[in-house]
Each structure stands twice: as structure tokens, then as C-alpha cells.
Design a protein. Structure first.
Lengths: 224, 50, 224
């Protein structure tokens, strides 16, 4: 967590203070430093979720199931951030909060997939069953994500012509790019630290009756 | 400093985006910690340690 | 002469006979379909040109909703009386048996839906080309809906609340809807629709190969 805090601090400083204003979009482009990393992470987390779900399904590894389960809310919140900041960015740039842009739409569908996963998880009493059912759903989703992405892109470009392409210029200036990369590193480390915290409490609930939990708690309370 | 807050007229948008981001990130971080504390408390109660 | 397809045919026959005896279950989705179609002009006014523009989309969205609502029936009664459990215990590959159930479901709900859609499209004066495109896309698309839906039904079977089912599958249905509407719009403009049809056919093949496996796995998880 410390690492991600440091990275966040550096990335934010670089992004908000050091980087020059964009010649077209002015200072509003600074939203990019949270918008783009969270959009990247939203996909990355879904992949982690599906892969660890698959591992749990095949080898019956409990820890993989827990990782998948703990990742879902974090991924959903990254998706949410990407959508909301995208809308806020869109308001001054495009004039409206929402355009039926291909990327925005597929991100929205991704949010639906996350929410479906979470809803399915919470519908079961038995955690093992929930984890394995969720894993199947995540795998189905991962097969579908590229299909959804390309279908949406196609739909949009054929339907109303290309809207705003964000990175039209071939390369983004280095002083803008470096904070962006640092921010995405920060997002990644943030994700892992939050995911591990979630896993820890999941495991404690999971193994509430195990002996090691008893010992752990005894030593903990004794030391206080 | 003022210039920094105004963001060339886009301050409203930039800062609201960052605010929402910060809120979501903090909630995400704090919520599992609270939950863990709760479970630990409950379990120790159940084990008769408290 | 018992081949490995004998049980497939047996289950297909059984499900079809059950469906024929329960005539109202057959008719209800169709009634729902027609009623929702009626809702659109009531909500949007009777402007002829505007209605003609949205007719195809209206038919597709309504068909999608109708098939979503009828999905629940695929396994519910069999799950309640325990015959799904019998299926999982049988010697034959569950994937094949599940495939038979999905096929039966499509024959019972998908095919009538296609016929009624064509009738409605004709009455609402769709052009001949658009009607043909509608027919082809529905023919290729509704089996995909049944196949993907089967996975979600198997996952949510026996759980409370039909909302969860719709939450899970609607995002997965979106590519089908997109391609179908592209095809219909192209046909309306006098363009070729083969690209979209190939895509839909590809999705159908993908769904036929993967969905029964995933459905069988979900059923096993639910019954374990």
C-alpha cells in the first residue's frame, strides 16, 4: 500500500503540475491520469478474475477462488471510475455527458458483466458453489469481451461515423506519458494491495473453524 | 495556486473527477479493513477470548 | 439400435411432447411479444415514417426480451422434480443431453417467435429486403440466445428472483443484437448483408460448441 501511495503521489504531481496543458484540450486532459489507468485496470482485473476463476474450477484451489471473488468489487469500481471520469471529461470536450462512443459503450457493458458476477456471487449461500458458478460466468464473459468490443466498435463506426478519437496524434508527449505510466503502476499496486486485504478477510471468514485461526487469534489477543 | 485550482477554466470538471476517484478508492480501501476487523472481533468473541 | 444419439433424441422428443401438452406455456411468450410490439406505437405516437424506421429494431428487442422471459422454463420443472439430477447421473455425456434440452427449447420458443416476428414485420410494412434480413438474423440469432441463456439458467436455477437471470444474460446478448440490426439496416439501404450473417453464423458455431459444455458444467456445480 505504501508503494502505491508513493506512486500515486509522484504520478499525480507529474500529471497535475509538471505536465504541460494540452494544446487542444487545455487542462481538462488531466483527467486522463485517472481515466485511462482505471480503464486499463478494469480489463486487467477482469482477466485476473477469469483466469483465477478458471484455475479454481480446474484444480479446486481455494485461494484462486478467493482471488476471483475479491477482485470483482475492485474491478467494478475501476470500471465505474473510468465511466464517470469519461463522462466528466466528455462534458467540456464533446458538449454532452454521454455519447454512444464505442469505447464508452463497451466499458458500460463491462460494468454490467461485473455487476452480474457480483450479483451471482451474492445469490448463493455456499461459498464454494458461488465461487465455481462465478468462475463459469467469468469465463463466458472473457470469451465475450472481445466479441462485444469489436461488435460495438463496428456498430458505432458504421452507424454514425467516427466520433472523437482521443489519441489522434501519433505519440503523446513524454512529459505527459511518464506520469500516465506511473499512475498505471500505482493503480496496479493499489489493486493488488486491496485485493490481498480482501482475500485476508475472506480467508478468515472461510476458515473460521480451522485451528490456525484459533491460534492466530489467541496470540493476537494475548499480545494486546 | 489559483491558476492550479482553476485548471484553465476546466477546474470544475477536473476536480470533480478526481474527487469521485478519491472517494471510490478510499471506500475500496477502507471497506475490507473494517470487514476484517469485524470478522476478527466476531471470531474472538465466539472463541471466548474476549 | 442404440447409438450415442439415442438419448439425445429421447430427450428431445420428451421435451417437445411436454411442451405440446402445456399449450399455454407455448403461447404466453408470443402473446407477450405481440403486446410489447403494441406498446411501442402507443408510447411513440403513430407517425408512420418514424414507426417504419424503428420496426425492425423494435421486433428484435422484443424478441430478445420474450426469449429471455421464456428461458427460465428450460430447466425449472425438471430441476424441481429431480430429473435434472437423473440426467447428471446417467451414463451418457451430459453435454449431449443438455444440448437436446436446449434444442427442444429453441424449437418450442424460438421458432414460433421467428414466425410471429415475420408476420408482424409484414403487417407493419417492412420492405421485402428488410424482412428477409430479419428472417435470416432471427434464424441465426435466436439459437444463440437459447444457447447462451442456457448457461445462465443453469447457473441461476433454483435461486430466487428472475431478475438475476436477465442481469447475467443481457450483456452477453448485445453482440447478437448489434450484428442483427446492422444486417437489417444494410438490407434496408440495399447493401449486402453477408458479412453480418457470417459473423452471426460464426457466433452460432462458437455458441454451439461451448455453451452446452458450460451449461453441463454449471448444472454439475449446482447439484454438487
Amino acid at each position: 500500500m505504501l508503494l502505491s501511495l508513493v506512486l500515486f503521489a509522484v504520478g499525480l504531481y507529474g500529471g497535475l503540475v509538471m505536465a504541460p496543458a494540452d494544446y487542444q484540450q487545455g487542462d481538462s486532459f488531466r483527467i486522463i491520469y485517472i481515466h485511462v489507468p482505471s480503464a486499463w485496470m478494469s480489463l486487467f482485473v477482469y482477466m485476473v478474475m477469469a483466469i483465477s476463476g478458471g484455475i479454481g474450477l480446474i484444480w479446486h484451489m481455494k485461494i484462486a477462488e478467493i482471488v476471483a471473488r475479491s477482485s470483482a468489487p475492485i474491478g467494478a469500481s475501476f470500471t465505474f471510475i473510468a465511466l464517470v471520469t469519461g463522462a466528466i471529461w466528455g462534458k467540456p470536450m464533446w458538449g454532452t455527458w454521454w455519447v454512444w462512443d464505442a469505447r464508452l459503450t463497451s466499458e458500460l457493458i463491462l460494468l454490467f458483466l461485473y455487476l452480474g458476477f457480483i450479483a451471482l456471487q451474492s445469490a448463493f449461500e455456499d461459498r464454494r458453489v458461488a465461487a465455481r458458478a462465478g468462475a463459469i460466468l467469468a469465463l463466458v464473459g472473457i470469451v465475450n469481451i472481445p466479441i462485444i468490443h469489436y461488435s460495438v466498435e463496428w456498430w458505432n463506426t458504421l452507424h454514425q461515423g467516427p466520433t472523437v478519437t482521443k489519441f489522434d496524434s501519433p505519440s503523446i508527449h513524454l512529459s505527459m506519458l511518464i506520469p500516465l505510466l506511473i499512475m498505471s503502476l500505482a493503480f496496479t499496486s493499489y489493486y493488488f494491495s486491496v485485493m490481498l486485504t480482501r482475500c485476508r478477510s475472506e480467508i478468515l471468514e472461510y476458515e473460521a473453524n480451522a485451528n490456525w485461526v484459533k491460534e492466530l487469534l489467541t496470540t493476537k489477543t494475548a499480545s494486546i | 495556486m489559483n491558476e492550479f485550482i482553476e485548471m484553465g477554466g476546466y477546474g470544475k470538471f477536473v476536480w470533480s473527477a478526481y474527487a469521485i476517484w478519491l472517494i471510490v478508492m478510499v471506500i475500496n480501501y477502507v471497506q475490507p479493513m473494517i470487514r476484517e476487523k469485524k470478522t476478527v472481533n466476531e471470531l474472538s468473541k465466539r472463541l471466548g477470548l474476549k | 439400435m442404440a447409438t450415442r444419439f439415442t438419448p439425445f433424441i429421447c430427450i428431445l422428443k420428451r421435451d417437445l411432447i411436454i411442451a405440446c401438452r402445456n399449450r399455454y406455456e407455448l403461447i404466453n411468450p408470443l402473446l407477450f411479444f405481440i403486446m410489447v410490439i403494441v406498446l411501442f406505437p402507443l408510447a411513440m405516437g403513430t407517425d408512420q415514417t418514424m414507426l417504419r424506421d424503428i420496426t425492425a429494431g423494435m421486433i428484435w428487442v422484443t424478441a430478445l426480451l420474450a426469449s429471455t422471459l421464456s428461458l427460465d422454463a428450460m430447466f425449472r420443472t425438471d430441476f424441481e422434480d429431480g430429473s435434472v439430477e437423473q440426467l447428471t447421473l446417467s451414463n451418457y455425456p451430459l453435454t449431449l443431453l443438455v444440448g437436446a434440452k436446449i434444442l427442444a427449447h429453441w424449437l418450442v420458443t424460438g421458432v414460433p417467435l421467428i414466425l410471429v416476428s415475420l408476420l408482424v414485420g409484414y403487417i407493419l410494412s417492412l420492405s421485402y429486403a428488410a424482412l428477409m434480413a430479419l428472417f435470416i438474423t432471427l434464424l441465426l440469432g435466436t439459437p444463440i440466445l437459447s444457447l447462451i441463456g442456457a448457461i445462465a439458467v443453469a447457473l441461476t436455477i433454483g435461486l430466487r428472483g428472475g431478475m438475476l437471470l436477465s442481469l447475467l444474460i443481457l450483456p452477453l446478448y448485445m453482440p447478437v443484437l448489434i450484428f442483427s440490426m446492422l444486417a437489417v439496416n444494410n438490407a434496408n439501404d440495399g447493401l449486402s448483408i453477408s458479412a453480418e450473417c457470417y459473423f452471426l453464423a460464426g457466433l452460432l458455431v462458437l455458441a454451439i460448441t461451448l455453451a452446452p459444455v458450460a451449461t453441463a458444467a454449471s448444472l454439475r456445480i449446482r447439484l454438487s
